[in-house]
Design a binder for this molecule. Structure first.
Ligand code: PLP
Length: 406
């Protein structure tokens, strides 16, 4: 039985918890890695499989509008990230979308050669940038500086500033409006990876004038394992950008079967091949849980949950060192603590039903998805963590075995 906490009585989002299928005995602090399953999604997916696929067959591309699922899903995500309708499309993985938007951005700044990023970026973004640079073979340089040095490193030779807004390891939040402004003043373009932002905090893509953005469908958006990602192109670039992956789904008239490529107008030109209808349907349906939700309420609750977690853990677990910014305004919706035996302690914690995750070399990471967490659960999670540390019950061989996925 979860403890009661006074903040839960004033929680305007508390009824949203019922929208999720929450396993008995689990306190889920990993919605930043894989969001929980909304209750209505299995039935919706069954319907897509048996009715739409099973009965309508090929006709469903038209009768169930499968063909527009990427842009229909993109429009639902757009509302959560401050983007106008018609600027977001759900497709491919975040890694592939980084490739596409980075290539498109570099093509808009042909005279410049520097891609600027930081050491807090998620490695796949840097790997993709490095691979693209080799492929282009035009002498681009990938410059990676410490997060606090980014602002000063935005010089007139930078073509593209490419950052992840919320650091996946520490939760440190970049000031998107400020850095985008500085980038534009220097003549550069800005790409933002919203993997740990979308669905977790208010994002204002239009207001901050970001040029491009990408993000994940399976984290705070609860789209399910391997759900399609999304990408955003600012309205002023929409009809200027070129995708490096010119597939038929980005063509103006895919069913004309012309031998020449002509990009469709709008964000659809950033799509490549046949949409993943099953997983897109899951993501599209999962986004129902955000209907009528104000992102400001999500942010308020996220801060309240994370502040409570830090206070509880610091009061009970002196062994752990906070690695996330202490100022909640400088943090996303996650909190991380450093402990040398963090991996082992995390496995012991998971065995007790408190699911967080671990990031090498020594970071225990806890994510707070405000739609399905209560303050009472936060207090319980901290108490269980404290018990594991105080009793040394984590120190067992079975918790030391490293799994493939941490
Ligand atoms: C989770 C995450 C990704 C994941 O990319 P995939 O292509 O979906 O594997 C990319 N970038 C960031 C910043 C992430 O946090």
């Amino acid at each position: 039985m979860t403890a009661q906490h006074p903040s839960d009585t004033q929680d305007v989002l508390k009824s949203r918890k019922d929208a999720f299928r929450i396993p008995e005995g689990v306190i889920y602090l990993d919605g930043n890695s894989l969001g929980m399953l909304p209750r209505h999604v299995p039935a919706r997916l069954a319907e897509v499989v048996t009715q739409e696929w099973g009965t309508s067959l090929i006709r469903a591309w038209n009768t169930h509008d499968w063909i527009d699922l990427p842009t229909r899903t993109g429009d639902r995500i757009a509302r959560l990230i401050g983007a106008p309708a018609g600027t977001v499309v759900a497709c491919d993985s975040t890694s592939v979308n980084v490739f596409k938007v980075l290539s498109a951005a570099l093509a808009l700044r042909p005279q410049r050669k520097v891609i600027l990023s930081d050491t807090g970026n998620f490695p796949t973004d840097l790997y993709v940038a490095s691979g693209l640079k080799e492929l282009l073979a035009k002498g681009h340089e990938l410059k990676v500086v410490a997060p606090e040095d980014v602002r000063a490193a935005i010089t007139e030779d930078v073509a593209v500033l490419m950052l992840t807004q919320v650091d996946y390891r520490t939760g440190r939040l970049h000031d998107m409006a400020d850095l985008t402004r500085v980038a534009h003043a220097a003549g550069a373009l800005a790409i933002w990876d919203l993997a740990h932002s979308a669905g977790a905090l208010p994002v204002d893509l239009a207001g901050t004038k970001a040029d491009f953005a990408v993000g994940c469908g399976y984290k705070y958006l609860n789209g399910g394992p391997g759900a399609p990602a999304f990408l955003y192109v600012a309205p002023e670039h929409l009809d200027k950008v070129t995708s490096p992956l010119t597939g038929w789904m980005g063509h103006e008239a895919p069913f004309a079967f012309d031998l020449d490529y002509r990009p469709v107008s709008g964000v659809g030109r950033m799509t490549v091949g046949t949409p993943a209808v099953l997983s897109l349907s899951g993501l599209h349906a999962a986004l129902d849980v955000f209907e009528d939700v104000d992102m400001a309420d999500i942010r308020r609750k996220s801060i309240s949950l994370s502040e409570l977690f830090i206070a509880e853990v610091e009061a009970r677990c002196p062994q752990l060192e906070l690695v996330s910014p202490r100022d909640p305004q400088a943090r996303g919706s996650q909190v991380s603590f450093r402990f040398e035996e963090g991996y082992t302690v995390m496995q012991a914690l998971i065995a007790r039903g408190v699911i967080g995750d671990f990031r090498a070399p020594d970071v225990m990471r806890f994510g707070f998805a405000p739609l399905y967490l209560s303050h009472g659960e936060i207090v319980d999670a901290a108490a269980i963590l404290a018990d594991i540390l105080a009793t040394g019950s984590w120190d067992r061989p079975e918790f030391r075995t490293r799994a493939n996925v941490t």
